[in-house]
Structures are given as structure tokens and as C-alpha cells.
Design a protein. Sequence first.
Length: 331
Amino acid sequence: MGEAMANAVVGDDGFGDDPTLAELERRIAEMVGKDTAMFVPSGTMSNQMAIRLQTQPGDLVLCHLKSHIMCHEYGGAAANSGVTLSGFDCEDPMPEMATVEKALALADNGRDSPLGLVCLENTHNDCGGVALDQQRVLQLADLLQAHNVPMHLDGARLFNAAVATGLSPAELAEPFATVNICLSKGLGAPVGSLLCMPQHFRQRARRIRRYLGGMMRQTGVLAAAALHALDAHLPDLVEDHRRAHWLAERLQTCPHVTVIPPQSNLVWFRLEPGHWLLESQKADQFVANLQEQGVWITGDGQLFRAVTHRDISDEQIDTAWHQLRAHLVRD
């Protein structure tokens, strides 16, 4: 990857003449089945651009209470687009049809803001890394299409969803007007995301990207890394999933530990009442103690996340498991 970056042919994306970036945008758009794609520095910016492109100030945007757009983008939808986020609350990453029908009915009756956009996340990080049920996505799309309401997909982990479901990225993205693709998750590129969209959005998207501070110059250096990742790293995602399942199976043997069955490379597990770390009030030190042993996970004292990725070998995941067991189980 470093060699590809060093040898990248670059131009100036401010003038739209970086050939390596143009190739990346063309290739990602083709993979996702959209007319065009635009490179941006982050997935947050990509999501915010999608919201700005498809809504009007005062609109309602429906998304999951645990979605990245709701939890991790710092109110950007209100600040950048003047919209209100409305979160549906359920363990499932998909909204109930009744929830959407109610939002549409309230808007039609003039009792609530117009529903301008529905945002889904695939795979859904905070819901356990699960992939969306495509049949339910299609049913939701049919309902919204009848009311002229578009959908946006935060597909930061869309390639993982494709591995999990056996569907192509284009099939998963088809019901959505816009799709965010992240390059630095499973693909392992250093930085960047792309917003995939219809061609008629592109000119306005360039303006929005500019005032959000996302227009860059010799972006081909980063695009070269992403192109290398598409060729050399994408086929390895299945190995990340295999290692996640391996780890989850072993975590399930720990007393008072509940594991959300992984569908991708994210392993979420919860300490249940009766676990010795909770009883001894040492759960808050669990993450820090693991880090001292070279094992990095995230968590809040009871719910934790472990992520497998291309830089972790079978030997390393085995080491991680033994460190986890040493902290989770009192023999």
C-alpha cells in the first residue's frame, strides 16, 4: 500500500483532474451500483452531505437511536441541515413499519414535521454488527417510495454486510438514493469515505463538500491506497468474520457473559449480574487492564466490543482470547 501511495499519479481535485481519485470514484460507484461517487475525508461528512442533499430545514429524519448519525455525529444534522433527528428505539436495526407509517401519517395530517429522509446503517455497529434483513429493507423502500421519501444508507461497513449476507454491495445499496462507503474500516485504507449518489446530485454535493471543508487537493495519494485495498484486502474480510466467530464461541463459555451472535467482524458481549467483575466493582478497570496486556477492546463497564481486522492473525486472536479469559473467569 505504501508503494502504491508513493507512486500515485495525482492532480488537483479542486479542479477535478486527479486521475487516481477519478478511478477510485468510478470503481466504487460501479461496485455500489450508483451513478457517481465523491471522496470525502470522513464517513461523518459523507452522512452529513447526504442529509443536506435530500432534506429541507424543518424536515424530520428517521434513524436508529443507536445509529452513528444519531450518537456519534454531534448534532451535525441540526447544525448543517436544520433538520430534527427522530430515533426509533429497538434492538433490531430496522424500524417497525408501524413506526414509519405513524411518522408519515402525522406529517400528512400537519401534526408533525415532514418526514424528509430515513437513514439505515449496514452493518449496524451498536446493534451488534448485524446486517440488515434485505427483504425488510425492500418493504420499507416500497412504503417510502409511495410517499416520495428517500433513504440513505450509512454503509461504512457495507462490504462486511455483503460478506455476511452473500449479496453484492450493489444489491444491498439498490433501495437507497445515497450510500456512504468507508475506506478505513475493514478495507484497511488509511483515511476517507465516499458518498455514492445519482449524477444529478454531484454538482451540489461538490458545493456542500466545499463549505464543510472537505475539498482536498492531491487526493490521489489516498485514492491509491484505497484502490490497493480493493484489490488486495477486500477478499480477506471473510477471514475477519471467521476470527470473530471463533472468538465469540469461546467467550460464550465464560460464566455470566452473554455474547451477541456475530454476523460480521464485531463481537459484542455483556457482563450479566453475578459476574465477578461486577460483584467486585472492577468492571470499569477491565478495558484498561486488557490494554496493559496488549489487547484493545471498548466498553462502558458492562457492554463491550471486540473487533477483528486484517492486522490480527490467528495466533494473535488466540492470545487475545487467553487474556480475555484470564480476566473474565476466576478458576
